[in-house]
Design a protein around this ligand. Sequence first.
Ligand SMILES: Cc1cc2nc3c(=O)[nH]c(=O)nc-3n(C[C@H](O)[C@H](O)[C@H](O)COP(=O)(O)OP(=O)(O)OC[C@H]3O[C@@H](n4cnc5c(N)ncnc54)[C@H](O)[C@@H]3O)c2cc1C
Length: 385
Amino acid sequence: MTSADVIIIGGGIVGSSIAYHLTEAGCRDVIVLERETHQGKGSTGKSMGGVRAQFSTQVNIRMSLYSIPFFAAFDEVMGHPSGYRPQGYLFVATRQSHLEYLAENYRQQVAAGLKALCQLSPADVSRLAPELRTDDVLGGSFCPTDGFVDPHSVMTGFMLKAMERGVQLLREAEVTGIARDAHGVCGVQTSQGLLSTRTVVNAAGAWAGQVARLAGVDLPVEPLRRMLVPTEPFEKISHASPMVVDMSTGFHYRPEGRGVLLAWNDPEESPGFKLNFDRGFIEKVLTRGVDRVPCLEEAEVNPKRAWAGLYEMTPDHHPVLGAVTGLPGFYLANGFSGHGVMHSPATGRILADLILKGSCDLVDTSLLGFDRFAAGRLLHETAVL
Ligand SMILES: Cc1cc2nc3c(=O)[nH]c(=O)nc-3n(C[C@H](O)[C@H](O)[C@H](O)COP(=O)(O)OP(=O)(O)OC[C@H]3O[C@@H](n4cnc5c(N)ncnc54)[C@H](O)[C@@H]3O)c2cc1C
């Protein structure tokens, strides 16, 4: 029977980063199992690619402070492009409560070591995004090292480097069972046969709950549909624009190719494996968009180019990272709640450290453990897009 020191279930950006980080720490006997014919068919290939350190909790900020410099150095270290474009994230405040919220986040972010962050006046906001309607804008915040990456390219770069060092990627290998014995996990049943191992990592994205159930673990990760609408080529918004977030509605956009990528998280969306794009969403996103960016009235949209993907939500919008108490050898890297691309480098490092050393000093990993749900120790991230 084939065996490996570590088996990773899921070949998206998270599984690929974990594989790379394991090899970086010297562990090369690793198999990644991906049920699709190729990588990137899960959420990674659907992502908006935003990366930011502007979060409200220390743990999320610290994960970004590891990940963003990692993306900046990626091309040199991996020999593969990350597509990192440090064009910034601009949060636009229209209420006093938004300003207070940004000021508190600013304190948290500076305390964590973020240096480049600025709090903005309405005039600063207009200067950074001249296309905005600003009559009700009270201010904002901007971090120039935030920006975007190419998620597919990052995933590929991680996996190519890991494979160069001996990691095996098995495609069309669906995991259908996880075997356990008196010592913990002992193997994985796949559509290509049984593999033996003492360490299994669940990196199955929005499907993580199903995979956890195979090991008898009840993981609170739910799929939630998110939709994105690209415009046709559009010259009225600069291609050097930051990601702009209108805090009054949650509408956000960024340049993409020769056009603009439009996003809005519909609060009426309900959990489920819904992967169809709903054409009714175009009117919803454009209504919010034109309200804040009047020139978008002139933008053309082709519904056939719009798409839907799945966020993997936890009850507190923080990931679940690390071992499962009571099931030795079973590790979770799940529930990124919309931030799995930007936090993939930190996640890879944290999982490699936890698997190989039993601890990680990058963040306080006890905050992100699976047992927090049963103990009611939830963390709340409010800066979720
Ligand atoms: C519209 C949209 C916009 C987003 N925007 C951003 C953003 O701006 N910034 C950001 O950081 N994040 C963003 N995200 C979230 C981000 O895309 C995800 O958090 C991230 O891709 C998760 O990566 P993953 O590797 O865990 O999951 P995935 O990429 O989904 O990979 C999981 C893999 O596991 C495989 N799998 C599942 N079950 C099994 C099984 N039983 N056996 C074998 N293989 C299995 C799947 O086929 C899949 O390839 C966005 C997501 C969406 C949908």
